[in-house]
Ligand binder design. Structure first.
Ligand code: NAD
Ligand code: DAU
Length: 350
């Protein structure tokens, strides 16, 4: 049985990847290593927690000795590495925790895999999940391709760029089999409500202001999270050693248009008079160093591996809103006292 270590599997994207692998590949054993930071939530995996091919391990990838012991004990065949500090705003106020987890944590995993595999790389793979933010910020036109030069601009994207470089360094220097994918903004169930879409749904529901940074003209390319998980599955099984694949939604929205669209849907779903939700839109101080536009060219993944997004945005956003409205307890459990006070402080500081 192939033993696959998935890191960060209790988080937003990781939980969808873990579920897909556990359900789709009974011949793999999936080990989910997660520190359960504020962003990790085992509720995300309740439905598969007793699956015979699934094991949860609580642990911090920054703890080198623990990581080495884990690799010794389980002898993993492959790693799908998603564990990270993932929120840009938090990286602006606390860069160091991003350096720790995203850079040091990645090096610990690479070293442990190198020591365990010991140059015998047959059937082995280190798959690093990364972001389009490593490419920097686009103007009104153009798309990020796999050959766009790296130009990260926030502590978050710099730490992810650094980890990408380290993964490539282990490929070139030690011959370790690796693949990297760089994805655009994900949305869907299980996303922590510090990110724009779940934050807006939560605030709208509670009739609280929806904070829009700056003029709301920044553009993001949104992809439904299950389509990201499907791409990860394809790249894991068919991606070429040493290659990078971009993953995007072909679905660009300015933040303000996205929020207005969501407001229309939510007026309807919450039985509110037209315009009620949009009345909550509040322009606030811009994010420092706010990247203007991200947009991804996924043609390599589409042509070489036959991937394409399965959901149109209209359907994806309806499903997403329905999920958050139906999962009030999930939202209430994570927006408890500590998050609520963190969020209030952030909001007031703007
Ligand atoms: P998330 O913040 O929802 O989840 C991160 C998970 O990692 C959490 O479960 C957390 O507990 C765990 N974690 C954090 N630090 C850890 C540590 N030191 N040791 C072990 N576990 C730790 O993040 P996400 O949005 O699901 O992103 C997952 C990955 O995908 C990240 O690497 C991120 O950079 C990348 N990514 C995210 C997006 C997006 O739109 N969310 C897009 C492209 C790439
Ligand atoms: O592009 C991929 C990246 O997408 C991932 O690598 C990151 O992990 C993920 O967090 C996401 O980064 P963004 O910074 O783009 O996502 P966020 O949801 O924080 O913000 C989306 C846009 O909305 C961005 O332009 C900032 C803006 N925004 C965000 C928040 C939280 C607001 O206007 N108001 C808000 O309250």
């Amino acid at each position: 049985m192939k033993k696959i270590l998935i890191t960060g599997g209790a988080g937003f994207i990781g939980s969808h990847v873990v579920r897909l692998f556990v359900q789709q590949y009974p011949k793999y054993h999936i080990y989910n290593l997660d520190a359960l930071t504020y962003a990790g939530n085992l509720e995300n995996l309740k439905d598969i927690e007793n699956a015979p091919n699934y094991t949860f391990i609580k642990g911090d990838i920054v703890e080198e000795d623990m990581i080495n012991k884990l690799f010794d004990e389980y002898q993993f065949d492959a790693i799908i590495h998603l564990a990270a500090e993932s929120h840009v705003d938090r990286s602006i106020s606390d860069p160091l925790s991003f350096i720790r987890t995203n850079i040091l944590g990645t090096v610990n995993l690479l070293n442990a895999a190198k020591a365990q595999w010991h140059g015998n790389y047959e059937g082995k793979l280190f798959y690093h999940i990364s972001t389009d933010e490593v490419y920097g910020s686009l103007g009104a036109t153009g798309l990020f391709t796999e050959t766009t030069p790296y130009d990260p601009r926030s502590p978050y994207s710099s730490s992810k760029a650094s980890s990408d470089h380290l993964v490539r360094a282990y490929y070139h220097t030690y011959g370790m089999p690796v693949v990297i994918s760089n994805c655009s903004n994900n949305y869907g169930p299980n996303q922590f409500p510090e990110k724009l879409i779940p934050l807006a749904i939560n605030n709208i529901k509670k009739m609280k202001p929806i904070p829009i940074y700056g003029k709301g003209e920044n553009v993001r390319d949104w992809l439904y999270v299950i389509d990201h998980a499907r791409a990860i599955d394809l790249i894991f099984h068919q991606g070429k050693n040493g290659e990078t694949y971009n993953i995007g939604g072909i679905n660009e929205w300015t933040n303000i248009d996205l929020i207005k669209k969501m407001c229309e849907v939510l007026d309807r779903k919450l039985d509110r008079p037209e315009g009620t939700c949009a009345g909550l839109i509040t322009y606030v101080k811009d994010r420092a160093g706010h990247d203007m536009r991200y947009a991804i060219d996924s043609s390599k993944l589409m042509k070489e591996l036959g991937w394409e997004p399965s959901l149109q945005f209209e359907e994806g956003i309806e499903k997403t809103i329905d999920w958050y409205l139906a999962n009030e307890t999930w939202m209430n459990n994570i927006t408890d006292g500590s998050y609520e006070s963190y969020y209030q402080k952030q909001y007031e500081e703007r």
